[in-house]
Design a protein around this ligand. Structure first.
Ligand SMILES: [Zn+2]
Length: 446
C-alpha cells in the first residue's frame, strides 16, 4: 500500500541540494550487476567534468562476486581517461590508473611512486603486493575529490535549478541541505534574488574532514549575517563515522565479515570543540552518526558540555542504530534525529550478513524516540536515495512487519517542516505514492 495524503511544507530533512541536480548529469551505475559491465556503458559529453568521466551508484553487494572492483577494469573500458565512479553510498570511489598517477601515487609504469599518504579515517584499498587497487574509502576518497576539476558558477546554477525541479517533481517544498560550498551559497542567493528559488532551505555548512572545519565555519559566520526569506543557516556538519554498506559505520560489535568495528573519524576533543564553535554562533552541530557506537560517543561528548552549563542543539544525521542505553541518555536533551527509513530498502540485502542480532535490534528506533518525546524527521539523503516520500512510507511499513515498530504520529507530520509559518501555502498532494499537485508560496509548481 502506497502513501495517499496531503503534506503541508513537505520536508526532506537530510538532502544534498547541488549533488541532487548534478546527479541528473552523472553517469548512472546503480544497474551494474558486475564491474565488467562498465565496458558496455553509454557515456556522453554531459557525463564529463573537465576531462574527467564522473559516475555514481555502483554497489558490489549487488554483484555476483561481491568483491570491490579494480582499476584495471576501468582502464580496459576507458583507456587513459581520468575516471571517478562513486559508490552508491557516496563513501567510496573507484578510479582509473590515470587518477592514481595524477595523485602521484603510481608512476607511469604502474609501480608505486613512494609511500602512500597517511589517511586516518579512510582506507586506500591495496592488492597483495601493496599497490592501490583504485578503490579509496571515506577520508581516502577526499584525495580524489581535491583534484577533481572545479564546478563553474554556470554549472552550479544548472545543478541547483535541476535539483529544485527534482524536488517539486517529488512533492518537496522544504529541504535541509547537508553540504554547501561558497559557490553554492552565492548561486543560491542569486536564484532567490531572481525569484527562481522556489524551495525553502535550511542550510548546513559541512566539513568533509576535520581540517576543512575552519573554512566551512568562516562561510557559516558570513552566511549568518545574510538573512533571506527562503534560506536559513541552521547547523555546522561533521562526520563521525562512515557508512554501513562499506562497513565504515562505527559499531559496538565487529562486522561479521571480520573487517573490524568501522571508522572513527573524530576524537572526543574535536567533537567538543566543534560543538562549542557551532553553539557560539547560534548554530546546531549536525553529526553524521550511523553506527550505535558513533551515536553513543557523540551523545556522551555533548552531555559533558551540557552538564557544564553550555547550551546548544545536537543533530544526529542518520542515527540508523541506537542502543537502548544511549536512547535513555538522550532523554530530555536538545537532540534531533534526521532519519531515512528508505535506506532500509537498499540495506536490507546485507544487514543480516554484516550485523549481529543484538545490533539488528537497534535499527531505526523512531518509535522509541517518539515515546521519549525526542524530535525526529524523515528525509531521503538524495542523491544517495531518490527524494521519493513514498519510499520512506513503504520502508516504514515493511520494517513494521519485520518487528521495527512504526511511529504513532501521522506520516504527513514526519515529512513536514515543523515551522508552518515559514513560507505559507505550501502543499503537496500524493495519491498512491504519486505526486499529483504541488504548491509553493501559493503558486502551483506541479
Ligand atoms: Zn547525507
Amino acid at each position: 500500500m502506497s502513501f495517499t495524503g496531503l503534506i503541508a511544507n513537505a520536508y526532506d530533512s537530510h538532502c544534498h541540494f547541488a549533488a541532487t541536480g548534478e546527479m541528473n548529469q552523472t553517469l548512472q551505475l546503480a544497474s551494474l550487476t558486475s564491474a565488467e559491465q562498465v565496458l558496455d556503458l553509454d557515456q556522453t559529453k554531459m557525463h564529463y567534468r573537465g576531462d574527467w568521466l564522473i559516475g555514481f551508484g555502483w554497489d558490489e553487494n549487488k554483484w555476483a562476486s561481491e568483491l570491490l572492483p579494480h582499476r584495471s577494469t576501468l582502464d580496459q573500458a576507458f583507456g587513459e581517461r581520468l575516471v571517478s565512479f562513486s559508490r552508491a553510498d557516496g563513501h567510496a570511489a573507484w578510479v582509473s590508473t590515470s587518477v592514481l598517477q595524477k595523485l602521484g601515487w603510481l608512476n607511469s609504469d604502474g609501480k608505486l611512486a613512494g609511500p602512500l599518504p597517511n589517511t586516518p579515517g579512510g582506507k586506500i584499498v591495496l592488492d597483495d603486493a601493496g599497490v592501490p587497487t583504485g578503490v579509496v574509502i571515506d577520508a581516502a576518497k577526499t584525495h580524489v575529490d581535491h583534484i577533481l576539476p572545479k564546478v563553474s558558477s554556470h554549472q552550479m546554477n544548472s545543478f541547483l535549478l535541476s535539483a529544485i525541479a527534482e524536488f517539486h517533481k517529488n512533492g518537496i517544498t522544504h529541504i535541509r541541505d547537508m553540504s554547501c560550498s561558497e559557490l553554492q551559497w552565492n548561486e543560491t542567493l542569486k536564484l532567490e534574488g531572481s525569484g527562481l528559488l522556489k524551495v525553502a532551505i535550511e542550510q548546513t555548512f559541512s566539513a568533509e574532514t576535520p581540517d576543512q572545519f575552519d573554512k566551512a565555519y568562516d562561510l557559516a559566520q558570513r552566511a549568518m549575517k545574510v538573512k533571506t526569506r527562503n534560506v536559513k543557516p541552521v547547523a555546522m556538519k561533521v562526520y563521525y563515522d562512515g557508512a554501513l554498506g562499506s562497513e565504515g559505520a562505527l559499531l559496538s560489535e565487529p562486522y561479521k565479515s571480520g573487517s573490524g568495528v568501522g571508522l572513527k573519524l573524530l576524537t572526543k576533543d574535536q567533537v567538543q570543540s566543534f560543538l562549542k564553535l557551532a553553539w557560539e554562533i547560534d548554530l546546531a552541530l549536525a553529526v553524521h552518526t550511523i553506527g550505535d557506537l558513533a551515536v553513543k560517543e557523540v551523545v556522551e561528548a555533548a552531555i559533558e558540555l551540557w552538564d557544564q552549563g553550555l547550551t546548544g542543539d545536537l543533530h544526529l544525521e542518520h542515527a540508523q542504530l541506537i542502543s537502548p542505553e544511549t536512547l535513555e541518555a538522550m532523554k530530555g536533551r536538545p537532540i534531533k534525529c534526521f532519519m531515512q527509513p528508505c535506506h532500509y530498502l537498499s540495506d536490507k540485502s546485507f544487514l543480516k550478513s554484516k550485523l549481529t542480532d543484538r545490533l539488528l535490534s537497534f535499527l531505526f528506533p523512531y518509535k522509541k524516540l517518539e515515546d521519549m518525546g525526542l524530535e525526529f524527521y524523515f528525509g531521503s539523503d538524495t542523491p544517495i536515495e531518490p527524494p521519493e516520500v513514498n519510499l520512506n512510507y513503504l520502508a516504514m511499513l515493511e520494517m513494521d512487519q519485520m518487528g521495527v515498530p512504526r511511529p504513532a504520529a501521522e506520516f504527513e507530520l514526519l515529512h513536514s517542516h515543523p515551522d508552518r509559518s515559514w513560507i505559507q501555502n505550501c502543499h503537496s498532494k500524493f495519491v498512491d505514492g504519486k505526486v499529483t499537485g504541488v504548491s509553493f508560496d501559493g503558486e502551483m509548481v506541479i
